[in-house]
Design a protein around this ligand. Sequence first.
Ligand SMILES: [Zn+2]
Length: 196
Amino acid sequence: MAAQTEESDCAREQTKAEQDVDQVRQRAARDQQRLDSGAITSPKDLENLQREIASLAKRQGDLEDVVLEVMERRESAQERVAELTERVGSVQAKIDDATARRDAAFESLDGEAASVTKEREVIAGSVPADLLKLYDKLREQQGGIGAAKLYQRTCQGCRQELAITELSEIRAAAPDTVVRCENCRRILVRTSESGL
Ligand SMILES: [Zn+2]
């Protein structure tokens, strides 16, 4: 944006400088016509006119230098605009690419979530109602995890090692008894790696 502003500022400056050159050129041409017409006869007037024509030529040269200088600045501003426009294009392409990949990831996650939800429904349907109620209550209380694996005498929900007395109680419990962690109250899932 700054480069574009600079470019249009230069364009305005160039137009103004070219108009200045034109004005001086027209005035010099008028003076020259008067001189050539032979209408002016007084030597003093002729001298003044010649002096003015010379001074206008000098002024025109100076103004043309200004035009050239502005044109050079404008050219480099145009180059900068072109370069930055290209960079904007390449960054935009990266954004578009990342957006497309993000959208694809969302879509795949949505699909996964739908299939996991369906799976959960099937499993939940096979769990006794009172146990499911307990599990859902614990899940709500314990940050989304209502049941944890008992792994090497440690509750994987709260990472606390179980006391020896608790372990012997669990060891003695029937396989279908619902056992709970003494510390976090989560349902403990016994496996062959529970260390019982
Ligand atoms: Zn625990």
